[in-house]
Design a protein around this ligand. Structure first.
Ligand SMILES: Nc1nc2c(ncn2[C@@H]2O[C@H](COP(=O)(O)OP(=O)(O)OP(=O)(O)O)[C@@H](O)[C@H]2O)c(=O)[nH]1
Ligand SMILES: [Mg+2]
Length: 204
């Protein structure tokens, strides 16, 4: 089946700065992961949640939500589950999606300010991107915004090569490739809640 855009939501982070699972935080009455999921469903034909701990979120998300279970490794202490980071989570998810879209909207689960209309406008503009662009992302002074933007599904081949050579950095991988820049990057949609202070600020 060929679809134009699917969405992948990353929900396998350690939330070490927050001190509790960010996906489960409540913002304006709803869990963050559910909010992001609902935005994704409004924008994409298929939505996948990639996580090593699917059980945590099954009751939170609508029945029929498509999970991709990410491989994980366990440390010496059984309770200490280590994940491999967002780049590998993304690559594992891309390899497992059961449809063949041209574009993938990649979203972190800690984005409380997503706007459906802005994302839909960006989706409409994807057809104007350069053929050689592997992604269309916002760019700020500090670099790319890799976890709220669009990737060509065909980027997987190059991504796997980068990972197999030891690469783990979105910024470095993107800098090695052609990436188009999203219009109107000044939106506060990219604000992500990493710390209790971020959350307090958002809830004010
Ligand atoms: N599937 C998956 N998602 C991840 C992984 N690491 C991070 N993420 C997700 O990537 C997004 C951005 O994560 P960060 O904001 O950097 O934070 P984090 O790793 O959860 O938390 P810190 O431990 O505080 O850095 C969030 O949606 C995380 O859930 C991973 O190994 N696998
Ligand atoms: Mg974050």
């Amino acid at each position: 089946m060929s679809e134009k855009v699917i969405a992948i939501i990353l929900a396998g982070g350690k939330s070490s700065r927050m001190g509790q699972d960010k996906a489960m935080l409540r913002v304006d009455g709803a869990h963050l992961l559910l909010r992001v999921y609902q935005v994704a469903v409004a924008c994409a034909d298929n939505v996948y949640v990639v996580t090593p701990w699917q059980e945590r979120y099954e009751d939170l998300l609508p029945v029929g939500c498509q999970f991709i279970r990410e491989a994980r490794y366990e440390g010496d202490d059984v309770k200490q589950v280590e994940t491999h980071g967002p780049l590998i989570g993304f690559a594992q998810a891309l390899a497992e999606v059961n449809v063949d879209p041209e574009w993938v909207l990649l979203l972190a689960c800690d984005l409380p300010n997503l706007e459906v209309e802005v994302l839909q406008g960006w989706i409409e503009g994807l057809e104007n991107s350069r053929a050689e662009a592997i992604a269309v992302l916002a760019k700020h002074e500090k670099g790319w915004e890799p976890l709220c933007g669009f990737y060509r599904k065909s980027c997987l081949l190059g991504l796997n090569k980068y990972i197999s050579e030891g690469g783990r950095s979105f910024q470095q991988w993107l800098d090695q490739n052609t990436v188009d820049i999203l219009p109107d990057c000044s939106t506060d949609m990219f604000f992500n809640c990493n710390t209790p202070e971020d959350l307090r600020r958002r809830l004010l």
